[in-house]
Design a protein around this ligand. Structure first.
Ligand SMILES: Cc1cc2nc3c(=O)[nH]c(=O)nc-3n(C[C@H](O)[C@H](O)[C@H](O)COP(=O)(O)OP(=O)(O)OC[C@H]3O[C@@H](n4cnc5c(N)ncnc54)[C@H](O)[C@@H]3O)c2cc1C
Length: 353
C-alpha cells in the first residue's frame, strides 16, 4: 500500500512529528518488483529513500522529502539438526517477540538480547548487542533485496563485516540493501553469557538457565530504561567512545573510578553514560527534551519535544563531555534530514546558519 504526505509519528519511538512525501508498506515479498520500480522513479527525480523498521534508532530531524519503505514482512521458520537450531525470520518480525518465542520453545541463545526494541531486519544493520552478546554471534546469513536492481542476494556472516554497532548495511550497502530475511544458528550446546554487568549476580547459581537470564535481562532493562511507549526515546543516544591508551591513562589518573574496557586493537572503550553522568548532565533539559534522570545515556522526549530540542540537547551533551574529558561522543541514533541521512554537526550547522 502506498500513502502520500503521511505522518511518521507512530513509526519512531521518539514520537517526533515528521511527515514523509511517500510511504510504502512492504508487507509481501511479491511487491519487490513494484518497490524497485518506485525506488528507481524516486532516484531519477533525485528524491531520497529510507528503509524503516520500528523507528527505534532514528531521529527524524525534519519532514522527509522522498520515499519511506516501512518493512512489514512476516514469517518465522525453525529447523533443527543434531547440533543446532536454525531460526529464519522475516525482516518485519518483532525482535523481542522472536527472542521470547525461542526461549519459550526451549531454543536458547538469544536471551541476552531480549527487550531490544525494533524489528528483525534492523538487527544486522547496527549489529545489535547487549550484556556481552551481539547479533553477529548467532548470524548465519542475511538475505536482502537490492533496491537498484530488484534482485535478491544472500551474505554469510563474514561478508556482513560486523563490528561494534556496525556492519556492511551501515556502510557500503547502506542505500541499496533492504534486508528481507535473517538466518541464525543457535547451538544446542548452550553456554550462559552471564558475566556482564548486573547479570553477574546470576553467576553464583551454577545451574543458571537461559530462561533465568532472559527474565533477568527483561527485569533489569525495564527498571533501567524508559519504555518508549510511555516516554519517547531511542535507547542509548551515543556510542561508547573508543580512545587511545594515552588518553585513557590520563583520564584514569584523574578519575580512578572511571570504567575502562581495553580492546583487542590496544585502544580503550569508555562508558559514554558514565562520562555524561560525571559531567553533571543527568536531568538537563532543552525545550521538551531531557537527559534521563536515571540513565544518562538516554535522551527523552519529556514534554512534546521537537526534533530540534533533542538535537540541541545532544549538542550540549557532546560539547560538555568534550570540554571536560577531551572525548568526542558519536551518536548511535541515526539522524534523518529532509534529503536523507545527516548527522549532529550538520544539523547544528544549519540551525546556526
Ligand atoms: C529503549 C531502547 C533500548 C535500546 N537498547 C538497545 C541495545 O541494548 N542494543 C542495541 O544494539 N540497540 C538498542 N536500541 C536501539 C534499537 O533498538 C536497535 O538499533 C534496533 O535494531 C533498531 O530496530 P528498528 O526496527 O527500530 O530500526 P529503525 O530504527 O527503523 O532503523 C535503524 C536503521 O536500520 C535500517 N533498517 C531498518 N530495517 C532495515 C531493513 N530491513 N533493511 C535494511 N536496513 C534497515 C534503517 O534504515 C536505519 O538506518 C535501543 C532502543 C531503545 C528505544
Amino acid at each position: 500500500m502506498i500513502e502520500t504526505n503521511s505522518s511518521l509519528k507512530a513509526f519512531n519511538t521518539f514520537s517526533i512529528e515528521a511527515k514523509t512525501q511517500t510511504l510504502f508498506h512492504f508487507n509481501n515479498i511479491k511487491q519487490a518488483a513494484e518497490l524497485a520500480a518506485l525506488v528507481k522513479e524516486m532516484r531519477a527525480a533525485d528524491k531520497p529513500v529510507l528503509i524503516l523498521g520500528g523507528g527505534s534508532n532514528i531521529l527524524f530531524c525534519e519532514d522527509f522529502s522522498g520515499l519511506v519503505i516501512k518493512v512489514e514482512l512476516s514469517g518465522v521458520d525453525i529447523k533443527e539438526s543434531d547440533s543446532d537450531y536454525i531460526v529464519q525470520a522475516a525482516a518485519g518480525e518483532d525482535w523481542h517477540q522472536l527472542v521470547t518465542n525461542c526461549i519459550e520453545k526451549g531454543i536458547d541463545g538469544l536471551e541476552n538480547l531480549a527487550l531490544i526494541p525494533g524489528v528483525v531486519g534492523a538487527a544486522p544493520v547496527q549489529n545489535i548487542g547487549a550484556y556481552g552478546t551481539e547479533f553477529k554471534d548467532f548470524c548465519e546469513s542475511v538475505e536482502y533485496l537490492d533496491l537498484n536492481s530488484g534482485e535478491f542476494f544472500k551474505l554469510n556472516a563474514q561478508q556482513c563485516l560486523f563490528a561494534y554497532r556496525d556492519s556492511i548495511f551501515k556502510t557500503a550497502a547502506m542505500h541499496s540493501a533492504l534486508i528481507t530475511k535473517v538466518t541464525m544458528k543457535l547451538s544446542k550446546q548452550w553456554q550462559a553469557h552471564s558475566r556482564y554487568g548486573l547479570l553477574k549476580e546470576l553467576d553464583s547459581s551454577a545451574k543458571v538457565t537461559a530462561k533465568q537470564i532472559y527474565q533477568s535481562v527483561c527485569q533489569i532493562r525495564s527498571e533501567k530504561l524508559p519504555d518508549p511507549e510511555l516516554l519517547g526515546n531511542a535507547g542509548s543516544f551515543f556510542k561508547n567512545p573508543v580512545v587511545s591508551q594515552e588518553l585513557a591513562a590520563k583520564l584514569s589518573a584523574l578519575y580512578p573510578q572511571m570504567p575502562c574496557y581495553p580492546q583487542e586493537d590496544c585502544r580503550v572503550k569508555l562508558a559514554a553514560g558514565w562520562l555524561i553522568d560525571q559531567a553533571g548532565l543527568k536531568g538537563t533539559k532543552f525545550g521538551g527534551a531531557a537527559v534521563h534522570q536515571n540513565q544518562a545515556l538516554v535522551l527523552i522526549n519529556e514534554n512534546n519535544a521537537s526534533a530540534l530540542d533533542i538535537v540541541q540537547l545532544a549538542e550540549l551533551v557532546r560539547t560538555t563531555v568534550k570540554e571536560k574529558f577531551s572525548v568526542e561522543l558519536e551518536h548511535e541514533v541515526r539522524f534523518m534530514g529532509c534529503r536523507g541521512e545527516t548527522n549532529l554537526s550538520e544539523v547544528i550547522k544549519n540551525v546556526r546558519a
